[in-house]
Ligand binder design. Structure first.
Ligand code: ATP
Ligand code: MG
Length: 334
């Protein structure tokens, strides 16, 4: 029998190069051999976008189209909407007894994201909501509802997976062996940096190149990318290791040796170097954008894919909740 894979994306914006190189490559590798559940995590997106439901609603379809455009096959992968699986909310309540508040406050991913959202949660996280602090518990419910054994993610997700494993172990030790402990799967590029040099390119961080970006937008963004501040003139020698443009040349495997040696020798101007990168990105994105056009013109097909996947996901989650309630002795026949 095929093992289950579960992964999720938050409908907070379109897919970017961080997703493409950091996580999605593994979706394509796994889709043939696993029973694959792909969650559009709208409930999780609402934890820090509760005041902007239109954004989350719009992006559920946007991100689904992006995933289809990069080659995720809807005949092999169940796309589903988190909000349409009430069993996930139910499991979240049960698991919330198994996690301390201080453990959640110490979770490195929660800490980093809280610091990035000062406007919403205050300078020291004093206005953090119960929902945001608890989203790792909800994520443990996402994974276990689908008996996810293998979880393809980017590096920022590792502390959340560790939190999930702790919940699973605690559940099993109290209520008996019921849940499966998931394992993560990282890509070779486990964390893609942002255009601004930030450690992570993120949809919500304003430092991303999106797969839907037009040639002009890409040019505009790349021209602003952080380069070696000591290189002022075109023929100054520079250090490519502190340059985001070189970083993306490496990511795209685009004439890396030439770019590096010319940059070091002062034989390469930044503008020309940036234009080469713009062209390489456009070449990568063109076929993806063409495939996406088909789904933009056939929105009913996107709806059908989400509906069929969600129905399958509902069946699977119902089975898990049955097992969980039995283990917890709350399985009444009334
Ligand atoms: P948000 O800023 O709203 O959290 P995001 O860009 O972090 O959005 P998610 O939907 O949270 O995107 O993440 C989906 C998947 O993509 C996760 O597995 C995550 O680890 C991975 N991912 C996101 N950004 C990167 C990145 N820069 N490098 C590697 N993987 C990434
Ligand atoms: Mg994220």
């Amino acid at each position: 029998m095929k093992k289950n894979v579960l992964t999720g994306l938050r409908p907070t914006g379109n897919l970017h190069l961080g997703h493409y190189f950091g996580a999605c490559g593994n979706y394509l590798k796994l889709q043939d051999d696993y029973n694959f559940f792909l969650e559009i995590a709208d409930v999780q997106a609402l934890t820090d976008n509760f005041n902007n439901p239109e954004k989350v609603r719009k992006n559920t379809k946007e991100i689904t189209m992006d995933l289809l455009a990069i080659g995720v096959d809807p005949n092999k992968v169940n796309f589903f909407l988190q909000s349409q699986i009430p069993e996930i909310a139910e499991l979240t309540v049960y698991y919330s007894n198994l996690v301390t508040v201080s453990r959640l406050q110490r979770n490195p991913t929660v800490k980093t994201e809280m610091a990035q959202k000062k406007e919403l949660f205050g300078n020291n996280g004093e206005s953090i909501t119960y929902g945001f602090l608890g989203y790792p518990v909800s994520q443990a419910a996402d994974i276990t509802a689908f008996s996810g054994e293998l979880i393809p993610v980017g590096e920022d997700q590792l502390p959340l997976l560790e939190q999930c494993r702790e919940i699973v172990r605690k559940f099993n030790s109290i209520y008996g062996e019921t849940l499966i402990e998931p394992e993560h799967l990282l890509s070779d590029t486990k964390r893609v940096k942002g255009l601004d040099g930030n450690e992570k390119m993120g949809k919500s961080l304003g430092n991303a190149i999106f797969l839907v970006d037009s040639e002009d937008t890409i040019k505009e963004k790349v021209m602003k990318a952080v380069t070696d501040p000591n290189k002022i003139k075109k023929d100054d020698k520079a250090n490519p290791d502190v340059c985001m443009v070189y970083y993306y040349h490496k990511l795209l495997n685009n004439n890396v040796e030439k770019v590096c040696s010319e940059c070091k020798k002062g034989e390469r101007g930044c503008v020309a170097c940036k234009m080469e990168l713009v062209n390489a990105i456009n070449k990568l994105l063109k076929p993806i954008q063409e495939k996406r056009k088909y789904y933009e013109e056939h929105p009913e097909e996107v709806d059908r894919i989400l509906k069929e996947g969600t129905l399958k996901a509902q069946e699977e989650a119902k089975e898990t909740v049955k097992k969980v309630k039995k283990a917890m002795m709350i399985d009444y026949d009334i």
